[in-house]
Ligand binder design. Structure first.
Ligand SMILES: [Zn+2]
Length: 105
């Protein structure tokens, strides 16, 4: 996946209307695509060190197993370790919490 470049985005730079905003406003889901058994989600998660700036997060996961099968995040942790970071897990959790509001399938 692309855009794993350490970049952060201010809200003004993020285009489109979020499908879901977490109650703490730190996680915002913008895109959702269901491909067979996989779900692809694109989202932004607020940086903890730089308030008001967001990392771009993309995940693919299998709802049946809860496993993340692919993804990326522009945060330093993901850049460094290449492992699912807290932002990726948060995006999945926020999606799970709110999916009934947006799934019309
Ligand atoms: Zn991250």
């Amino acid at each position: 996946m692309k855009e794993s470049n350490g970049k952060m985005y201010s809200l003004e730079e993020i285009l489109g209307k979020p499908l879901i905003i977490s109650s703490d406003k730190k996680t915002r889901i913008y895109g959702l695509d269901i491909k067979g058994r996989e779900i692809e989600i694109s989202a932004y998660a607020e940086s903890e060190s730089r308030k008001g700036y967001f990392h771009k997060v993309e995940i693919e996961y299998l709802p049946a197993s809860m496993y993340l099968i692919n993804g990326s995040c522009t945060c330093e942790s993901f850049q460094y370790y290449g492992m699912p970071c807290k932002h990726m897990l948060k995006v999945r959790n926020i999606y799970l919490k709110n999916k009934n509001k947006i799934n019309k399938y």
